[in-house]
Every structure is written in C-alpha cells, then in structure tokens.
Ligand binder design. Structure first.
Ligand SMILES: [Fe+2]
Ligand SMILES: [Fe+2]
Length: 696
C-alpha cells in the first residue's frame, strides 16, 4: 500500500481516539465544576446567603477594600438641595393688565364692571354720588401708585396692610371712607408675580447635576450591612462584588465557568496549533482533567483555611512532572483562571489573586520540577516552587490592598507544605490509575540497582548491554522529537527481560563458538526466541512493572517474523505455516514503543552488519532500510509518525550510533570487530535475528 495513504489512515484513526478523550475530559471538568459549586452552595453559606429586599441574615464585613458611589446618599443629597428651591418667580403680566383695567374702571366710576366683591358694590351703590366719585378716584390714585411700582419691578407682592393704610390716611378722609378704600384696594391689588414651573425644574436639575456623587470607601473588616437591615439593590451589588453568595443558586458562575470549560480543549491545544497543528507530546487529557478537578477542590480548601491561591502547587507539581512546559503552562494557568471564577463569585480581587498566583506557578514550576531525582528532593523543590506563587500572592494582596499579615503568610507557607505532601502522596495513585509515570519513577526504574536490571546484568550481560545501547539510541531520538525520553529509556532497559529465562538462546549472551540453535530444529529455535516476549510479560508481572513498561515488552517486535528460521525450516522440508515464525504482536501502539522497535532493530542490524558498513552513507542505508521495512510491513500502522518524524528519527539514530562508538569512525569499528563477527542478517528483524545468521 502507498505509504502516504497508509499514514493518512492511521492519523484519522488516532485523532478519533483523541477526540473521545477530549470530550470525556470536558465532561469531567464540567462535572467537577458543578460539584464544586454545589459544595460551596451547601457548605459555604450559599443557602444562607442574602436576598435583595430582605433583612440581612448576618452582619456582612468587607473582605476586600473597595470604592463605590453611594447612590442612595447621593440621591438623598440631591433631593435636599432641590428642595431648597421653592420656585422661580416671574412677572405676571396678565395680573398687572387685569389690575390696570380694574383700576381704570373704578376711576371712570364703573365700579360694577371692576370685578370687586358684591358687598363692596352694594356699599358703593348706597353712597351719595359725589362721595362715591371721590372714593373711587382715591382708590384709583393709590392703586396706580402701587401698580407703577410693580411695573417698574420694584415690588411684585401685595402691598403690606400698614403701607396701604398709611397711603390712605394721607388723604384725610373720614374713617368709614378710608375703610372702604382699603377694602376695595385689598380686593383689587394682588401679587403681580407667579412661579415658573419649567424654570424651577430646570434650575433644580442644574443644581442636582452640579453636585458630585458621594463616594464611599470600604476597608477590610468594615461593616457593609448589619444583621437585620434590609438589603437594598446597592448593598446587594456590593455584597456580590465582595464574593458573598446570594440565596439563589449561582447560575451565572456555573454558566460562565461552563463556557470557559467548553473552550478548554482549544486552550490546551493552543501550543500544538501554534507549532503547526500537530501535537508533539502524548497527553492524557483525562488525567489532566482529574488533576485539574483535584486542584479546584484543594484550592477550595485553601480558601477555607485562609490561604487562597496556594493550592496551585498541587496542580503545577502534578503537571510538570508529566507534561512539557508549553502544555503544562496552558493547564496550570487555564485551570487557575477557572478556579478563580468558581471560587470567588466574580470578586475582582479574588480573580486577580488566584489567577496571578496561577500565572506565576505556571511560569516558574518547570524550573524547579524538571530535574527531580528523589521524593525528598521533590518535596523540597515543590516547597520552593510553591513559595514563588505565595510571594506573588502577597504582592497582589499588597497591590490591591487585600488583607496582608504575617498570619496570612504563615498560612500560605503551611499550605505549601501541606499541598507539597499531597502531591507526593497522590503521585503514585495517579501513576497507577492513569498508567502515567513521572520522571522520578522512570528514573528510579532505570537505576542499575533495580532488582530486575541487576539480574539481567548478571545472568544475561549481553542482553543488558544491548538494552543500554537501545536505550541510548531511543532516548536521543525521543529528545529530538520532543517525546518522553525518560519513558523510552526505561522501556528500552526492560524490553528484553524475557531473555532472562533462557539467556544462552540469544546471540548476545553466547560465548564465541557455541550456539545452542545448532542442535535445535528451526521451528523450535523460533518458538524459544518468540517466547521471550511472553516470558518478558510474565517476569514484568512477577516484578510488578508498570503497564507502560509492559507495553514496550509486548510491542517491541510487533508482528514481525523470523524469516531466517522460516526459510531454514522450509529448506529442511518442514511444511510449517509462516505465522508460526512470527511474533504474536501487538504492533506498537504509541510513539514511544514504535521508536523503541526502530531503535532495537537498528541496533541489531548495525551490530550484525558492521562488516559491510564503511561510512555514514552505509549507516544511513542500513537505518533507512530498517525504518522503511517496518513501515512497509505495517508495524507502525497504529502510530501517527509523519515522514518528517521518521526522517528525524533516522538522523538521531545516526548521530547516537556515532556517539555510542565513542566518536570512532564506523570504518574503524568495522576493522576492530570484524574478526569475531558473523555474516549480515536480513535487516530490521530485531536483535534476536542476528542469532539466525550466526547459525549459517
Ligand atoms: Fe526482543
Ligand atoms: Fe532487543
């Protein structure tokens, strides 16, 4: 089959598997978010929260300082200022005209048309004509005097009685006439001004607008509202911004968090996308979702203990021991942002504090957790790595004027110690449950003092040496491809432990000149050689090796066949099916095990073929032959290696092979070793197959 088509098919199958994991991780994160919100709701005073318009269930104190506009006080002040303006008075021209026409009528003797009270008209009617004329003239004269003043704007109000009376007395009329004049004038004269409602309202508005809103400052510990006081809309807003829960279920937090979680897969894939759309590192998204969920709950407990933000070290600890920096950064920083939303109820200071500590932990974590070499070293590194977010948190607290005291710092440091311990305690659980391994565990497994490696060293030294060589080759290529080099190296060290059962059946452990296969039928030889995979798995079970390492044992030969023994068997007249000479598989299912298969086969092929290798070109030819034969045989069908990856692997293997031989030229290697070596085997059949040629 065309190699390109084959690779496309493999890629689509693998991406489907990744999609399922991605979807599951989103569901898991949503589940954890809902669980956390419910936990807060039930245990953290959610149900006993406040309700707008109802009395406060308790006294609420300010958690963080804030400045706000006191709308209630501002409105009260505005209404008070407005009430100082009773009305804007303007000249009432209509009233002046009416008074003028009344006075003119009276002057002309027409008292009946002058719109004065009826009792006064009756008195005037009964008066003698002359006296009436005099009275009316006097009324008009005095009336006009006051009206002119009003018209000139000197006086708009009704004249004061004493003023009016004074004017009348100046005429020296009898008292009863004076009395009548006064009554008529009092009936005619009235204020020549009125209140202009529009102007008044405009003035009130201008005055209100010119008033500055009243700002209030809350310090930490200030009472926002006392128990029993009604929660006004403004108080409700302040309490919410301080992170207090309402008595209604926090749907908004849930919805917003859910939205962020739905973006999670894109956020996680961002570095891969930026690097060209291809993920270069095996991620276990379900593992990531679980450690993120665990961190959220740890952060919740941290908040309850008064050390908000400190639990980030659990996440960065678990993440950076397993994932590379770019991906780890996305996980740690992203998870801290969502945690800040989930746990602080949209409180600005809470969001700033938690996400800033997350950012610092995400940036600094790898520098401390990269080269851990023991559990105690890990604890120390976690503690130091955790102190940086604590300092960052104290800085953030100081900047936004949050509570900052030596107790807070002490709690944060104690929290670091607690969460560092939790990381170490949970690490083996994560490793076992998700079949992931920290560099720490991989390094421990790679120590030569490991019982199984010690046994291999003593009982099958040739295989031990072969395993170390394969480990070096595979690790170099893994580094080049950004794969988990620690895992590949540990896998290489253990891949052939099955040979421990019968070490002398394998060429690398045989003394010169002896070969047990000379006395066996080809089918029996093949049976014994093939059995080293199954036996390796049995030994792995016995020694309780992690599943990831067992994968290397099971898959390092895939379904390749021992062609030499098959041919030999056929030539001897045995009519056995070819399958009997093939490994049972499975084929490599991960990039790491596939790389090991290639490194294993290349090491064996180069070792067996070194007589014919006289330079880099020959080395390249052998390596290319091995790699291409594995692709054509379909051994790499379940792995998403691209042609570029394969080219990089080849380059790395050439580089490592040169280094392994201590910089000597390949030609020199050939000449120094050629006397003791066997003829060339067929390429790419793995270390054991060099056995076959030795038998020739
Ligand atoms: Fe093997
Ligand atoms: Fe091997």
């Amino acid at each position: 089959m065309n190699i390109f088509k084959k690779m496309n098919r493999i890629s689509s199958r693998i991406s489907m598997k990744e999609d399922v994991f991605r979807l599951t991780s989103v569901f898991l994160l949503l589940f954890f978010a809902v669980l956390l919100i419910l936990a807060r709701w039930f245990f953290d005073g959610g149900r006993a929260g406040f309700v707008q318009g109802h009395p406060a269930p308790r006294t609420y104190l300010a958690i963080s300082p804030m400045k706000y506009i006191d709308e209630e006080k501002t409105n009260l002040l505005r209404s008070r200022v407005e009430s100082t303006i009773s009305g804007v008075l303007v000249k009432d021209t209509e009233a002046i005209n009416t008074m003028t026409s009344q006075l003119k009528s009276l002057e002309a003797g027409d008292f009946q048309g002058a719109m004065i009270p009826k009792d006064l008209i009756a008195i005037l009617q009964e008066m003698p004509e002359r006296r009436r004329q005099t009275t009316l003239k006097a009324v008009a004269t005095i009336g006009f005097q006051f009206l002119i003043k009003e018209n000139n704007g000197d006086e708009f109000a009704t004249p004061a009685p004493e003023k009016l009376w004074g004017k009348i007395e100046e005429l020296n009329f009898p008292a009863e006439m004076n009395n009548l004049i006064y009554q008529i004038l009092e009936a005619v004269l009235r204020p020549a001004v009125k209140i202009d409602e529009e102007l008044t309202q405009g003035l009130r508005n201008d005055l209100a607008a010119s008033l500055k809103p009243i700002e209030q400052y809350l310090k930490v510990g200030d009472v926002i509202v006392e128990k029993g006081k009604i929660i006004t809309p403004q108080l409700s807003r302040i309490l919410l911004s301080q992170g207090y829960l309402q008595q209604q279920f926090p749907w908004k937090i849930l919805l917003f968090s859910a939205l962020l979680i739905l973006c999670w897969p894109f956020w996680i894939q961002l570095p891969a996308f930026a690097a060209g759309g291809r993920q270069k590192y095996e991620t276990n998204e379900i593992y990531i979702a679980c450690i993120v969920g665990a961190y959220w709950f740890a952060e919740y407990i941290s908040g309850l203990l008064g050390a908000r933000g400190v639990a980030i070290i659990t996440l960065s600890g678990w993440v950076y021991l397993v994932l590379p920096f770019t991906l780890g950064f996305q996980v740690v920083f992203g998870a801290s942002i969502i945690a800040s939303i989930l746990l602080t109820s949209f409180s600005t200071s809470g969001i700033v504090l938690v996400s800033f500590m997350g950012l610092v932990a995400a940036m600094t974590g790898p520098f401390f957790l990269k080269d851990v070499h023991s559990r105690s070293h890990l604890w120390r590194q976690l503690f130091i790595a955790g102190l940086l977010p604590v300092f960052a948190g104290m800085l953030a607290r100081w900047t936004i004027a949050l509570e900052m005291s030596w107790q807070v710092f002490l709690f944060a440091c104690l929290g670091e110690a607690l969460w560092g311990t939790v990381v170490i305690a949970f690490l083996p659980i994560w490793e076992n449950f998700f079949d992931i391994m920290s560099p720490l565990r991989l390094m421990e497994l790679s120590y030569p003092t490991q019982p199984l490696l010690k046994k291999l060293q003593i009982e099958a030294p040739g295989t031990y040496h072969h395993s170390l060589m394969v480990g070096t080759l595979a690790e170099t290529a893994a580094d080049r491809l950004g794969m988990n080099a620690y895992l590949v190296r540990a896998g290489a060290y253990y891949h052939d432990i099955g040979k421990l059962r019968r070490p002398h059946f394998f060429v690398e452990n045989q003394m010169e000149g002896e070969n047990v296969h000379d006395e066996l039928t080809p089918s029996l030889s093949a049976l014994v050689i093939i059995a080293h995979v199954r036996e390796g798995l049995e030994i792995a079970e016995e020694y309780n090796l992690p599943g990831k390492l067992r994968q290397f044992i099971a898959e390092h030969h895939g379904t390749t066949c021992l062609s030499y023994f098959f041919r030999k068997s056929s030539s001897q007249g045995e009519k056995l099916p070819r399958e009997q000479f093939c490994y049972p598989g499975p084929r490599p299912s991960s990039r790491e095990t596939a790389l090991l298969m290639l490194a294993d086969s290349v090491e064996a092929a180069v070792r067996a073929d070194r007589r014919n290798i006289s330079g880099i070109q020959d080395l390249e030819k052998v390596i290319s032959g091995v790699v291409e034969s594995k692709v054509v045989e379909g051994q790499l069908d379940d792995v998403d290696f691209t042609l570029k990856d394969l080219a990089e692997i080849k380059e790395a293997l050439i580089y490592a092979l040169q280094s392994v031989y201590h910089g000597r030229k390949v030609k020199e290697i050939q000449s120094s070793d050629e006397s003791s070596q066997s003829p060339t085997p067929s390429q790419g059949e793995g270390g054991e197959n060099s056995q076959s040629k030795q038998e020739e």
